[in-house]
Write a protein that binds this ligand. Structure first.
Ligand SMILES: NC(=O)C1=CN([C@@H]2O[C@H](COP(=O)(O)OP(=O)(O)OC[C@H]3O[C@@H](n4cnc5c(N)ncnc54)[C@H](OP(=O)(O)O)[C@@H]3O)[C@@H](O)[C@H]2O)C=CC1
Ligand SMILES: CC(=O)C(=O)O
Ligand SMILES: [Mg+2]
Length: 756
């Protein structure tokens, strides 16, 4: 079973919770608190101003306080996962967990509140007065039927969204998974028979949503601790169970499971036996969702049924049907439009968006987060995984749109595209610095050739490039190989990609002549050139770009940088008067920094450093960053005066003589370059008006090591190294690049083609 190596022991979990600062979260200020003035502004006397504003107009609380981004996770601990009534205090680890999931996946500030009462009225009275503090209320792990009464009453009396996660979050995710599982097993929802074990919060909400999706009410049988919930039963009943009672002769779970198409467990560990599984219909769908241990394990199912689609609520098996896929994003969308409630339209929109996302190609980053499992729509992947970065864009946008369409949005979004961009930015700081370029390329799409067109990553990148509207991707490949790969990836139904076969292309004669003109005095015969065009895909792709058949090219997946670059150099020269070098872009939430030369010149001379600085500054500006260039060294402005820093000092002087139109200075150490306060204090004469954002390194090893250290410890994302200075747009990715990296490189190459 995939993923078993991700199992954890109790000891490991206890150690995690107790190590360092106990628990899982802390509060971080968002405003500076370093000086007396900071205190005067943020606290007394300054804080009086927003208080008075809010008093005059309560809606401004969303502008002057954190209210609009805080969701309270509230429980009384009466149904903690499937562990039962552990009480308020013992539920705190789960509630802290939900709070951090809010933050991690949707940038919502979750705050856990454990309310120590089992009395429904006391609980409601406690929560109802907390409304001013929060943008929304996420009720969690409150047992049925109390949870139904609590949620209903709080929804009536509070003016912010109140959402019982175990009911609706679970139902939304289960509905999305079920929708796909039915499709994969070729079932008609109208003809399918389902058994739900459990008749509590999660089970009742699931039954309701499944019926709303089209499941015939008579085909869903609920079971609880007393067995089947049948019409006429009196023991252990309540009005919510009665609403789902069915006419049936079945009295036990085992009776009900015979011939059932779908089983949904929302009860307790081990409630289902292998015999029950054996008695189900062909290709059964089994959602054993009790946490932390399912009603029946996937291993137990496999022993008796090889034809089942199995889902659990856990992270360590395939098909995790868990409300973590819902509540962060549903609240994100609801908060962003200041929805007064979370209604059925918003829930259904979330379920549909989740189901649709599972059918799309999965980015490599997501596979990597799951120990390299290749996630592909099918029986072992019916629902997106929690670490899928597309969720933060797709689900809140669908929820926000549904809130607007159904009239509960108090602050509708005017520009949905801008909203989607802002969502992406919440979790991915690079998206901001690259966004400008992405938008420009979409406005002027380009033909980009992917030289290694038979590689799966290249095919997926080409599909993504086209789907995003960046232009036309061209694969250098054999058509039949691309077709086979797309079939194997489950993408055969897509419109075919443009493929150029280097061996058979009618352009080969022309490319061969072109190459011969360039290489005849470098020891190459015409037939050598023709062979290179036929056999070397980098050469062929470069010829396409050189002769205008494509606007730009990307390569690098299968050969090292130097080998790929050598191929390209045969066809494409440096831009006259320019140097070819590597520029790495490190983007963090706080800043974007350009670092050069990270690939080509091992020990650049002063003159080369100057050229690198000028070209790096130009690229930074093209990417929307006003350059502040620092020439880095181990010394600062001649202290200590050592020979090794001399070529850097000379470069600063040489650049000064060329009177560039950007700020620059040096030599200086990295800490001074990046900390403007320190720079002003120690070197008030320094010409940079802010922290440097273009770092010119003294040598290749320092550049390469520095960029990677920054990425590792700075927590940002490294883009590139981008190849700068070639006469035609070319990008060479690193061999370990993902399909996503390749798309970024293709867009950078397309952008390069645009700005020339
Ligand atoms: N994967 C996910 O995302 C989620 C999973 N869950 C899981 O669902 C389960 C129920 O949670 P929740 O609805 O909040 O809790 P509730 O306390 O509201 O409901 C529990 C239900 O389970 C029934 N039950 C308990 N033991 C058995 C048994 N041996 N056989 C049949 N039914 C039984 C109870 O029956 P009775 O009414 O007779 O007492 C009750 O109807 C938990 O295991 C929880 O972890 C919940 C939310 C999300
Ligand atoms: C996942 C969840 O909320 C539960 O098991 O209760
Ligand atoms: Mg729960």
């Amino acid at each position: 079973m995939a993923g078993t190596d991700t199992r954890v022991t109790d000891e490991e979990a206890l150690l995690l919770h107790s190590s360092g600062r106990p628990g899982k979260l802390e509060v971080t200020p968002t405003k500076p608190m370093g000086t007396q003035r900071d205190l005067s502004l943020a606290y007394s006397p300054g804080v009086a101003a927003p208080c008075l504003r809010i008093h005059q107009d309560p809606s401004t609380a969303y502008d002057y306080t954190a209210k609009g981004n805080i969701v309270a996770v509230i429980s009384n601990g009466t149904a903690v996962l499937g562990l039962g009534d552990l009480g308020a205090l013992a539920s705190k680890p789960v509630m802290e967990g939900k709070a951090v999931l809010f933050k991690r996946f949707a940038d919502v500030d979750g705050l856990d509140l454990e309310v120590d009462t089992r009395d429904v009225d006391e609980f409601i009275n406690c929560v109802r007065f907390l409304g001013p503090s929060f943008g929304g209320i996420n009720l969690e792990d409150i047992k049925a039927p109390d949870c139904f009464i609590i949620e209903q009453r709080l929804r009536e009396i509070m003016d912010i969204p109140v959402f019982h996660d175990d009911q609706h979050g679970t139902a939304i995710i289960a509905a999305a998974g079920l929708f796909n599982a039915l499709e994969l097993t070729g079932r008609d929802i109208q003809q399918s028979k389902m058994v739900i074990n459990g008749a509590g919060a999660a089970a009742i909400a699931c039954a309701e949503l499944f019926k709303a999706m089209g499941f015939p009410p008579a085909n869903i049988t609920l079971c609880d601790t007393k067995g089947v919930v049948w019409k006429g039963r009196t023991e252990g009943m309540n009005q919510w169970k009665s609403a789902h009672a069915v006419h049936t002769d079945a009295r036990t779970l085992a009776d009900a499971m015979k011939g059932a198409d779908v089983f949904v467990g929302l009860s307790v560990k081990g409630a289902v036996t292998p015999d029950m599984v054996r008695s189900m219909a062909a290709n059964p769908i089994i959602f054993a969702l009790a946490n932390p241990d399912p009603e029946v394990t996937p291993e137990q199912v496999r022993e008796v049924r090889g034809d089942a689609i199995v889902a659990t609520g856990r992270s360590d098996y395939p098909n995790q049907v868990n409300n973590v896929l819902g509540f962060p994003y549903i609240f994100r969308g609801a908060l962003d439009v200041r929805a007064s409630t979370i209604n059925d339209a918003m829930k259904i929109a979330a379920a549909k968006a989740l189901a649709a996302l599972a059918r799309e190609d999965v980015p490599d980053e997501v596979d990597a987060a799951y120990a390299g499992r290749r996630l592909r729509y099918g029986p072992e992947y019916i629902i997106p995984v929690p670490f899928d970065p597309r969720l933060i864009v797709t689900i809140p946008a669908a929820v926000a749109q549904a809130a607007m369409d159904s009239g509960v949005a108090r602050k509708p979004i005017v520009d949905m595209d801008a909203y989607r961009r802002s969502l992406r930015l919440r979790l991915d700081p690079t998206s901001d610095s690259l966004q400008l370029i992405f938008e420009k390329v979409k406005a002027a799409p380009k033909r980009v050739v992917f030289a290694e067109g038979e590689e799966e990553r290249a095919i997926r990148a080409a599909i993504a490039y086209r789907a995003a509207g960046f232009g036309t991707p061209i694969l250098v490949a054999r058509e039949e190989v691309v077709r086979e790969r797309m079939e194997a990836m489950g993408l055969a139904n897509l419109e075919p990609l443009e493929v150029w076969n280097a061996r058979l292309s009618r352009h080969n004669e022309r490319y061969g002549q072109f190459l011969y003109q360039r290489l005849q005095r470098r020891g190459h015969l015409f037939r050598d050139c023709q062979r290179m065009v036929n056999q070397n895909r980098n050469v062929f792709a470069a010829c396409m770009v050189a002769s205008g058949d494509a606007d730009a090219m990307v390569t690098g997946l299968t050969r090292s940088f130097s080998v790929s670059f050598e191929d390209i150099e045969r066809v494409i020269d440096p831009t006259p008067g320019h140097l070819v070098f590597g520029l790495s872009v490190l983007a963090t939430r706080a800043r974007t920094v350009f670092i050069a030369d990270t690939t080509v010149h091992e020990r650049p001379t002063s003159e080369q450093l100057v050229d690198i600085a000028i070209q790096a500054a130009r690229t930074a500006r093209q990417m929307g960053h006003e350059p502040r260039v620092a020439f880095l060294s181990f010394s600062n402005f001649g202290q200590p005066m050592r020979d090794r820093a001399a070529h850097v000092r000379d470069a600063v002087a040489l650049l000064g003589a060329r009177n560039p139109d950007f700020e620059f200075d040096g030599e200086m150490s990295a800490d001074v370059a990046l900390d403007h306060e320190l720079m002003k204090r120690l070197y008030p004469f320094c010409r940079l008006s802010g922290p440097a954002n273009v770092l010119i390194m003294p040598a290749l090893h320092a550049a390469n090591i520095g960029a990677k250290l920054l990425q590792k410890f700075g927590g940002g994302t490294l883009v590139g190294p981008l190849l700068i200075g070639t006469d035609k747009p070319v990008q060479v990715v690193q061999m370990g690049a993902t399909a996503n990296d390749l798309v970024t490189a293709a867009v950078m190459a397309a952008h390069d083609a645009m700005v020339r």
